[in-house]
Design a protein around this ligand. Structure first.
Ligand SMILES: Nc1ncnc2c1ncn2[C@@H]1O[C@H](COP(=O)(O)OP(=O)(O)O)[C@@H](O)[C@H]1O
Ligand SMILES: [Mg+2]
Length: 257
């Protein structure tokens, strides 16, 4: 079984302050690992460090990736080893390029012989719930809703054919109905293509719905890691207990009324 090990990732800011501290995670084909933690805990920087897309003012000071225990260079992984889905789809697309041009660019970059209007590509667009894909090709990002752009980002992720997927808060900006639909599509995608997925979220409902395993991050460190069921039933670290208590309090409040 092919697995991907993300090992000993550390990130510092320009003052040398640790923002991500020695994080190790393993992705398995067909499985979803959730990275969950409060806002500002270091989730996005962990993704950025693994994808070599850290923002200015931060740098990776340690870390390596290994595919089936063979080291792979981090500066070569984005789009090859990993497909990515980001939180805000609007910033992920070039406003001057049509859907067709975005598809063309992704297919070309991955050496695919397919064209944007190839039946296989149109099928992927309709698989993620984009209707009338042929007409969609001529649209520009500003002519599409956030939900449509998020689906397009998932379609592009599928077309990269990368074996692993990193999704950083992919549904945080969407309403609950759309969130559920996108999460269902992601689950289907993981099973169909046997992708290994890192799902970043601050939301324990999303964790419960999606994840096989969970890693809890706090102040740049993974404080607890385990199977989703056992982590929900028996959280051992105080941070996990605190986050879960906040999660359940929301439901209890509603059922008390
Ligand atoms: N470009 C940056 N320069 C300096 N510090 C940053 C930068 N981006 C994020 N940070 C800091 O790193 C910490 C973790 O950020 P981030 O990974 O974005 O958190 P999360 O995704 O969990 O909400 C935060 O305290 C944040 O202030
Ligand atoms: Mg983030």
């Amino acid at each position: 079984m092919s697995h991907l090990a993300i090992r000993h990732l550390s990130v510092e800011n320009s003052q040398g302050l640790r923002l991500v501290d020695d994080i190790s995670l393993t992705l398995q084909p067909g499985k979803i690992l959730a990275l969950v933690g409060q806002s500002g805990s270091g989730k996005s920087l962990t993704c950025g460090a693994a994808l070599n897309t850290l923002p200015p003012g931060t740098r990776r000071v340690s870390g390596e990736l290994a595919y089936d225990d063979k080291l792979i260079p981090i500066d070569d992984v984005a789009g090859k080893t990993f497909a990515t889905i980001l939180q805000n789809p609007r910033t992920a697309f070039n406003p001057l390029l049509s859907v067709k041009a975005h598809l063309h660019e992704t297919l070309r970059a991955h050496g695919s012989r397919l064209k944007p209007h190839s039946p296989e590509v149109l099928q992927v667009l309709s698989d993620v719930g984009l209707n009338s894909p042929q007409q969609l090709l001529n649209r520009y990002p500003f002519q599409m809703s956030g939900g449509m752009l998020q689906r397009l980002m998932i379609a592009l992720a599928i077309l990269t054919n990368a074996p692993f997927l990193i999704a950083d808060e992919p549904t945080t900006d969407l309403d609950l109905v759309l969130q559920r639909r996108i999460l269902d599509q992601l689950k289907k995608l993981v099973k169909q293509h046997q992708l290994g997925m890192l799902l970043v979220t601050h939301d324990f409902s999303v964790v419960a719905y999606m994840a096989d395993r969970v890693a809890v991050i706090d102040q740049g460190k993974v404080v607890e890691q385990g199977e989703t069921d056992s982590l929900f039933r028996q959280p051992t670290h105080p941070v996990t207990q605190h986050l879960l208590a906040a999660h359940f309090a929301l439901f209890n409040f509603r059922s008390d009324k």
